[in-house]
Design a protein around this ligand. Structure first.
Ligand code: ADP
Length: 491
């Protein structure tokens, strides 16, 4: 099959969170099974160019219709750790992808609407006719809309679209200017409840809603989150829209790339280890402490890695930090804030805890350090308010780092409580789960984990080893994606 992934991220070259990991990991797995996979991405100024091989211009003069004129673009081509990627660079005054950041600009809707249009235009003009266009998140929600309303008539008539929602919180809103810019026009047609009009704001178009309604199949990234989105309150207002497409909506659990996340051959950790050499994990703990200037001692070490965003349960992360210290544990946090208020808050905490020998806050995005933390920590905390899938608990499991998680979304599908899970025998349990969003619930799960570590270290190690044996690779997830691709391709 010939599959083109259209996305705003691809790890490690463009990564703000799990989306990047997923786009890369899934593509690699599909290719390893003999499918042809290409990726179309924006050419950001701030991406990691050191992870691209052989970057060269592949299509020099791509003219993308925009507001009745055309924007001149170049398309560059290069290999990101073996994946063939096309990077679109518009040559216009606004420098859409030259902002030093991937997201967070006032004109994000315009930037990614343009990217979506340019991706289709590139496919059309370069005579690429993939079987499947796999689009990710709101940034590419207009791809299926423009495909079925316009590009189908220009020559892309047999392409089928899979739309994957990695996060319902960000949906992409815009006014009628987007319709004029993209050439969709027809305000009265698109501003209707069964088309792109937002379900709650009649003056706004919703990109994600467009992606849902116009794609051949829609999925989110875990079965439990699919259920929560469809029947619970996790879809940020799109529940009714999902009910309209329920025969083509599903949840497919993300995988992680075990070539990137493998403690046995991870270049970023000083002491590789595996199931049979688990004792070496402690050497990484020592190295992590040295690197972060923490004291060497017998204390357990709890880590948090993730975006500092309300989604991740910031008040619980904050509480966990102080509670861990109070209970005689060490705490390491690696995260970058998505808004100013949280950024100021955690910078304040960082300064306050600066001289504490048991705590370190690293407020940046640091892929290399993340690997060392996964390898060195004893426990990883994921107290999210909602979590479509969550990768940090799966990576933690792979590195023998026991997850303490809130039972929501993909965390329900991947972490099974040591004490209470009724559906798994003890030898298949792998972590600690709590459900409520209050401090007491968190404390109770932390107490169980810390108590186990302090009073029965051998039992705790056994739990870590059980976690390491879980297979959350892309194998079974890619099977499911392929089944859907095959189905929609022949429909
Ligand atoms: P989300 O996609 O909501 O951000 P996920 O758990 O799905 O969360 O994926 C997070 C990914 O981003 C993981 O690979 C994690 O290691 C990585 N990550 C998050 N924050 C940082 C950071 N500050 N530095 C390095 N890696 C990070």
């Amino acid at each position: 099959m010939y599959i083109v992934q259209i996305a705003s991220e691809c790890a490690p070259v463009i990564k703000a969170g799990g989306l990047g990991d997923v786009v890369y990991g899934l593509s690699r797995e599909l290719e390893s099974r003999g499918h042809t996979v290409e990726l179309i991405l924006p050419k950001y100024d701030c991406m990691r160019y050191d992870h691209i091989w052989g970057l060269h211009d592949a299509y020099r003069d791509l003219y993308v219709p925009w507001y009745g004129h055309a924007v001149h673009c170049s398309v560059y081509c290069g290999w990101v750790h073996g994946r063939l990627c096309f990077f679109i660079e518009p040559h216009n005054d606004t420098g859409w992808f030259n902002r030093g950041a991937y997201y967070g600009c006032d004109d994000d809707a315009m930037r990614f609407a343009f990217f979506s249009k340019a991706a289709l235009e590139f496919l059309l003009k370069s005579n690429k006719r993939p079987d499947i266009l796999h689009c990710h998140d709101w940034q590419t929600g207009l791809v299926p809309v423009m495909l079925y309303e316009m590009y189908k008539y220009y020559g892309l008539e047999s392409q089928r679209v899979m739309f994957t929602i990695h996060n319902f919180k960000h949906q992409g809103f815009a006014g009628s200017d987007i319709l004029h810019a993209t050439g969709l026009n027809r305000e009265e047609y698109y501003f209707s409840y069964d088309k792109l009009q937002d379900n709650f704001n009649p003056f706004s178009l919703n990109f994600m809603k467009g992606g849902i309604l116009y794609s051949n199949h829609v999925n989110t990234v875990s079965p439990h989150h699919a259920w929560e989105a469809r029947y619970g309150d996790c879809s940020f207002g799109l529940g009714h829209t999902l009910s309209l497409v329920e025969d083509r909506f599903s949840g497919i659990l993300n995988g992680i790339d075990y070539d990137v996340w493998n403690p046995e051959k991870d270049d970023y950790i000083p002491y590789p280890f595996g199931l049979s050499t688990f004792e070496d994990k402690i050497l990484n703990k020592k190295a992590l402490r040295d690197r972060l200037l923490l004291q060497q001692c017998d204390k357990p070490l709890i880590a948090f890695i993730g975006r500092l965003d309300d989604q991740k349960g910031m008040h619980l992360v904050h509480h966990a930090m102080y509670y861990a210290l109070e209970q005689g544990a060490q705490f390491v946090l690696l995260g970058s804030a998505t808004d100013r208020r949280t950024n100021d808050w955690f910078w304040h905490e960082k300064r306050f805890l600066n001289d504490n020998p048991d705590c370190h806050l690293e407020l940046s995005f640091n892929e290399e350090l993340a690997h060392l933390i996964y390898a060195g920590a004893d426990m990883i905390l994921v107290p999210s308010n909602f979590e479509p899938c969550g990768l940090t608990q799966m990576i933690g499991l792979r590195y023998g780092t026991v997850p303490i998680v809130r039972g929501v979304g993909g965390l329900v599908n991947t972490v099974f409580d040591w004490d209470y899970d009724q559906n798994r025998p003890p030898e298949e349990r792998n972590g600690f789960v709590f459900y409520q969003t209050d401090n007491v619930a968190l404390e109770s799960a932390m107490n169980r984990a810390l108590g186990f570590y302090n009073n029965a270290l051998d039992g705790f190690k056994q739990l870590a080893l059980q976690g390491m044996q879980y297979d959350f690779s892309w194998k079974s997830s890619a099977d499911e994606y392929l089944k859907v691709y095959e189905y929609i391709r022949h429909k």
